[in-house]
Design a protein around this ligand. Structure first.
Ligand SMILES: [Mg+2]
Length: 254
């Protein structure tokens, strides 16, 4: 039912938030790749493939294939095998001893505190399920500084993930953003960054760290455009690269 009163109608529409949006990837972006979580995750995912009846070589091959093709091994498993994503999540991400692998970093907390919330919103954009994302943010003591989490919803059949364009569109919808130029995005996976740039997300950074996974993530088509993506080796560099998102007294003195 619609109201005849235009003032009332205006009130019922969700207002677009004028502030900029900073999207942080979580895994290997908010903590160091040297924490070895990727490796521990990889071991568990490999064991999961083996539990489907594959031998070790087939498991490795398929794991790499799905990760490269879909950005997420589980995306391939749900498409081509009868796998329950929540069972996978519990056995892989859910069984990681994260509390002994990553720790609270006061400098990172201060960095997020120094972002000017009158101009900027801060959300997470992850390929993990909500449970893992929230757990990591809690351990890092950033859960109160991240206002929203866009995650892979394993409870939805054919859920989307980065770098699928539908994932970014879903994120903008959830955050009620119409203008992609307002989006600032940092991720350790180059394909995820390129996908965001293809949708005209305004400011994209690649968090540079990592070993083999990083090499796979960074594999690009020959002649791929540079996309104006800047690399940063620590999140502290955001103060120099994106000074406009920080409280004026908190950006780098240079
Ligand atoms: Mg990541």
């Amino acid at each position: 039912m619609t109201s005849n009163d235009p003032a009332l109608e205006a009130c019922s529409l969700p207002q677009e938030d004028d502030r900029l949006m900073v999207w942080f990837d979580i895994d290997n972006t908010l903590y160091s790749a040297s924490s070895n979580i990727s490796h521990a995750m990889g071991t568990r995912i490999h064991a999961y493939f083996v539990s489907l009846g594959l031998d070790h070589d087939e498991a490795s091959e398929l794991h790499l294939k799905y990760y490269t093709q879909y950005g997420l091994a589980l995306r391939g498993l749900t498409r081509h095998h009868d796998v329950d994503p929540l069972d996978f999540d519990q056995k892989c991400d859910g069984s990681l001893p994260l509390e002994s692998m990553i720790t609270y970093d006061p400098k990172l907390r201060k960095l997020l505190e120094d972002i000017d919330r009158t101009k900027v919103r801060v959300w997470a954009l992850t390929n993990a399920y909500r449970v893992h994302a929230e757990r990591v943010l809690r351990i890092l003591r950033l859960d109160d500084l991240i206002e929203g989490i866009v995650f892979c919803d394993y409870t939805v059949k054919n859920f989307v993930c980065k770098p699928e364009p539908e994932y970014y569109e879903m994120a903008m919808k959830q955050a009620n953003i119409n203008d992609p130029s307002k989006c600032y995005f940092i991720d350790d996976n180059r394909k995820n960054i390129d996908a965001a740039r293809a949708l005209n997300w305004g400011h994209c950074l690649e968090a540079m760290e990592g070993g083999r996974i990083k090499a796979i993530d960074d594999e690009r088509e020959p002649g791929a455009v540079d996309n104006d993506v800047i690399d940063v080796s620590t999140l502290e560099e955001l103060r120099d690269v994106w000074p406009e998102i920080f409280k004026q007294s908190c950006s780098s003195p240079n």
